[in-house]
Design a binder for this molecule. Structure first.
Ligand SMILES: CC(C)(COP(=O)(O)OP(=O)(O)OC[C@H]1O[C@@H](n2cnc3c(N)ncnc32)[C@H](O)[C@@H]1OP(=O)(O)O)[C@@H](O)C(=O)NCCC(=O)NCCS
Length: 170
């Protein structure tokens, strides 16, 4: 567990999730559109199998943020970032960036970060651009999950971004 201070000097704990966090993570994601809400079961699996690559941010009044990610099965030095959420009470205080930097700093010998971003999610793109700036690495779109892959008509595409390369000191 790591205790950090946000930009406004609020103190918050960053740690890996455990099974007891599953319901609170589900509630947090439900309150963070446009994120897809996965089942509680899916968040339990993340806590059970992917805890080393996931982060919960805990404030005095409960869960303030959640970051899920996993190591690419065929590219073990690539971390795929799945969901990133900060509760409305904690937004604009550097918490998303702090969770990402905490995860990258866990010493997993990472070279690349990947994530998908819907073109309309300017907040998400701003966060990952800020991360690339802070780490002094590149960020570029590399491919796309077409909107036609999703069942809803008019579903926007998901652009796959790649950030890196990270150096061991990142
Ligand atoms: C996107 C989200 C995670 C940002 O969390 P946050 O803790 O407020 O972000 P931070 O304070 O760490 O901001 C990091 C950077 O992104 C920028 N940013 C954050 N939200 C922004 C917004 N709505 N519009 C423009 N820029 C934004 C900040 O200005 C900051 O840049 P800076 O370092 O140059 O000042 C949060 O708004 C959220 O949970 N949104 C709903 C879910 C979502 O869209 N998740 C992302 C997709 S995975």
């Amino acid at each position: 567990m790591t205790v950090i201070e946000t930009r406004s000097r609020r103190s918050i704990r960053l740690r890996s999730p455990n099974l007891e966090d599953g319901i609170a993570i589900h509630q947090l994601i439900a309150s963070c559109p446009p994120l897809d809400l996965n089942s509680v079961y899916a968040y339990l699996i993340q806590a059970m199998h992917h805890a080393p690559t996931c982060v919960v941010a805990e404030g005095e009044n409960g869960l303030a943020g959640y970051l899920s990610a996993y190591l690419h099965p065929r590219q073990p030095r690539t971390l795929f970032i799945w969901q990133l959420a900060v509760s409305s009470a904690w937004r604009g205080d550097g918490l998303a960036l702090a969770m990402l930097r905490h995860l990258v700093g866990r010493g997993q010998n990472l070279r690349w970060l990947e994530t998908t971003i819907t073109p309309s999610n300017t907040a998400s793109l701003a966060v990952f651009r800020a991360l690339a700036r802070q780490l002094e690495i590149g960020i570029e779109p590399v491919s796309e999950l077409s909107g036609s892959l999703f069942p809803e008509s008019g579903h926007p595409p998901e652009t796959l971004y790649r950030l890196g390369p990270l150096t061991p000191a990142a």
